[in-house]
Ligand binder design. Structure first.
Ligand code: ADP
Ligand code: MG
Length: 698
């Protein structure tokens, strides 16, 4: 049997394969493109395509595809085979540089928020050589960007790459000011922790809500949920372990650094964390991870739920976006250093993030907004919808001392004059891990915890990179050419702390008093729902940020606004329709049958014992009949609103009706249905219950 190092990355056209299969001229040209962002000569592309095809066909691949990430949030692929007819009636395998570099998928069915209508009917895909090609299902997948012919991005990768460039440009200006002449570029890295649920596939088949919406729309709470905290880090059940082993193997072959696996807080909930990589690669890998999780689960008779809130009353699933900035020479710019200079540089980058998160809270919140994630943010489990930052006690004390020009009362008594006095060595491991903070500093990286489990991480990182690029730009503008660099630096850091300390909060983010303080005293944004966040996206300040750093054009931003809201309206409408269907076809008939059964039983009893009072049966019949009435009323109201929503053309208006009316009516329908479930005999209930689902996998 092959060892893990031998099988790791065997399905990836990575550096090892390129080194072995490309001439040194072609290899060096590729390296220049990957690392330096230089343009690739078409002749080189031909040689690379040839080598890719040979390698892929030797591994059994028959097709190739440009693999891209349209605005649907999932990946897309259209397979073409390598075959070309040969004169003798057979086929040969062909793949040209042109086919590698550019593709023209029929793009008319992907969401574009009106972009393609305004510009070009067709879009094209363009090879992204910074993310390795790989083989999946006998198909050579080439990671690509997806644009319209007029150059507007129709995907999530293009703005992500642009945001990385923007950050690189500004960070390099800062690094030069600190005399780092050896650094050629700066990249952001991400390690996304992915949460998910596993449930028995046979049970899911009996639940239209899970099948169509990925979450339960009904279900009474089981007697045992997550109250005992006995699932988190608990022993992994054999069936789950078998799934995880299989999953790891598949991911490793694809060069994905799956590292940590454990049970999460809710029953049936688990987590997978990879070792971090460059943001662009991490994004591709996370998309692949989600896809393969679902595929492997099926093989094990399971369904992997990536929805943010599959079950009411137990924790939902998120994705922690661990993010840092590093130089190509391997220095993490968010690590406190050993020398005063390194520490001053660290503090400046730290301040850049603080300022960015405060200035662009709205954009960060908007970047994770979906109908699914609205259930999570603001509920009593995940970070609240209000963004704040956790820095830990020591770092907060350091910033405090700098702000007040006071001696730092930490481990060493030192006046905080940057570059003049030695800064204390910060605790590299923040001891206090605040699990409730939406944006926490964890020693050498920030952890942005608001992402939903099904979100593409591209969106959050686009905003984060660009917002930090803007802080760094303002810093570089202020510092370049200054005679007294140290003095100017000190002032800048102090000023940032003064202006932005309102975003720093080390306490309990679940607390209601915090939400009050955050919004009323500190003026922080509390954007509860997707429509609220999208309004913010269109604000002048936010538009200016994205356009001035050339990350998105105004049209691109507007198209994303539309797509997000369209998706919100469609998702909730599908849920409402599924509820209507389940209520009328499954739930009401089940209650009716049970009432009839109870009534018949009462009749029979009365026939046997004529003066029997039959209170139990009568009460049950009355209670369930009342619930039927309530359900019927709620059902009619919901039906009327769905019809109304469908008639509204303007997506903003439709999203408001969904937010303000439809969602409340769905809750109003669910309550009597869940109550009826608790009063109806199990044999009569027409679908697996929460108990069945949450404890189904042994
Ligand atoms: P936790 O205690 O939250 O599980 P870990 O240290 O295990 O934290 O890391 C969680 C994730 O953070 C992993 O995916 C890891 O690779 C990632 N990570 C660690 N260092 C960095 C970094 N410098 N940049 C980005 N991600 C990082
Ligand atoms: Mg974490």
């Amino acid at each position: 049997m092959k060892t893990l190092p031998e099988t790791f990355g065997t399905l990836v056209f990575d550096d090892r394969v390129m080194k072995a299969r490309l001439s040194s001229k072609v290899y060096n040209a590729m390296k220049n493109t990957i690392e330096g962002g230089h343009h690739l000569d078409p002749a080189i592309a031909d040689a690379v395509a040839q080598a890719m095809k040979d390698w892929a066909t030797e591994k059994g691949a028959t097709h190739f595809t440009h693999w891209f990430q349209p605005l649907t949030g999932i990946t897309a692929e259209k397979h073409d085979s390598f075959i070309a007819p040969s004169p003798d009636g057979g086929v040969i395998m062909e793949f040209s540089g042109k086919e590698l570099i550019k593709g023209e998928p029929d793009a008319s069915s992907f969401p574009s928020g009106g972009l393609r209508a305004t510009f070009e009917a067709r879009g094209y895909t363009a090879w992204d050589p910074t993310s390795y090609a790989f083989i999946k299902d006998k198909t050579l997948c080439i990671p690509t960007a997806f644009c319209s012919y007029s150059g507007e991005a129709l995907d999530k990768k293009t703005p992500l790459l642009r945001s990385m460039q923007a950050l690189n440009k500004q960070a390099m200006r800062i690094l030069r000011l600190f005399g780092n002449e050896d650094v050629a570029c700066v990249r952001t890295s991400v390690g996304p922790e992915q949460e998910y649920f596993l449930v028995d596939a046979a049970l899911v088949d009996k639940r239209p809500d899970l099948l169509f919406c990925g979450r339960t729309l009904f279900g009474a709470k089981p007697p045992k949920g997550q109250e005992l905290d006995d699932h988190y880090f608990g022993v992994i059940k054999p069936k789950v372990q078998a799934f995880m082993n299989d999953l790891n193997e598949e991911l490793w072959k694809l060069g994905i650094l799956a590292k940590t696996e454990h049970n999460e807080v809710a029953p049936a909930q688990h987590e997978l964390a990879p070792i971090f990589s460059t943001t662009n690669v991490a994004t591709d890998h996370n998309q692949l991870t989600m896809e393969i999780m679902q595929k492997v689960a099926k093989r094990h008779g399971l369904v992997c739920l990536l929805h943010e809130k599959p079950f009411a009353g137990v924790n939902g699933s998120g994705k922690h976006n661990n993010w840092s900035i590093a130089t190509n020479t391997g220095v993490n710019l968010l690590t406190p250093g050993d020398t005063p200079y390194e520490n001053a540089q660290f503090l400046l980058f730290l301040c850049a993030v603080i300022k960015a998160v405060d200035d662009y809270q709205g954009l960060l919140r908007a970047s994770v907004a979906t109908a699914g994630n609205d259930h999570r943010l603001g509920a009593n489990e995940a970070p609240p919808a209000v963004i704040s930052m956790f820095l830990g006690d020591e770092l907060t004390r350091v910033l405090d001392a700098i702000e007040k020009d006071e001696p730092y009362a930490g481990t060493e008594k030192t006046v905080m004059k940057l570059g003049v006095h030695v800064l204390p060595k910060f605790l590299r491991d923040t001891t206090d891990r605040n699990r409730t903070s939406p944006f926490a500093f964890t020693g050498n990286k920030f952890e942005f915890r608001m992402l939903g489990s099904s979100n593409s991480i591209a969106c959050a990182n686009i905003m984060l990179n660009t917002a930090v690029a803007e802080s760094l730009k303002q810093y570089a503008d202020a510092l370049e050419g200054k005679e007294n660099f140290e003095g100017a630096l000190h002032d800048l850091i102090r000023q940032t702390i003064k202006e932005h300390k309102r975003i720093i909060f080390n306490g309990n983010g679940y607390d209601d008093t915090w939400i009050k303080e955050a919004t009323e005293k500190r003026g922080l944004l509390n954007l509860r729902t997707t429509p609220d966040t999208q309004e913010v996206l269109l604000e002048k300040k936010n538009m200016e940020l994205l356009t001035s750093h050339k990350v998105m054009s105004e049209t691109e931003i507007r198209s994303r606004y539309e797509i997000t809201l369209e998706n919100y309206v469609k998702t909730v409408t599908i849920e409402a329709l599924t509820m209507i269907n389940m209520t009328s076809k499954l739930i009401l008939p089940a209650i009716e049958s049970y009432i009839t059964c109870v009534a018949e039983s009462l009749n029979q009893k009365k026939a046997a014992v004529p003066d029997l009072c039959g209170n139990y049966e009568k009460k049950k019949i009355v209670k369930l009949s009342e619930l039927e009435e309530q359900i019927d009323t709620a059902l009619s109201a919901l039906e009327a609103t769905v019809t109304q929503v469908k008639m509204i053309d303007d997506v903003t208006e439709a999203s408001h009706m969904v937010r303000d009316t439809l969602i409340g009516q769905m809750t109003a329908l669910r309550i009597p249905c869940d109550l009826a479930e608790t009063l109806t005999a199990k044999d009569f209930w027409p679908m697996p219950t929460y108990e069945d689902l949450l404890f189904s996998v042994k």
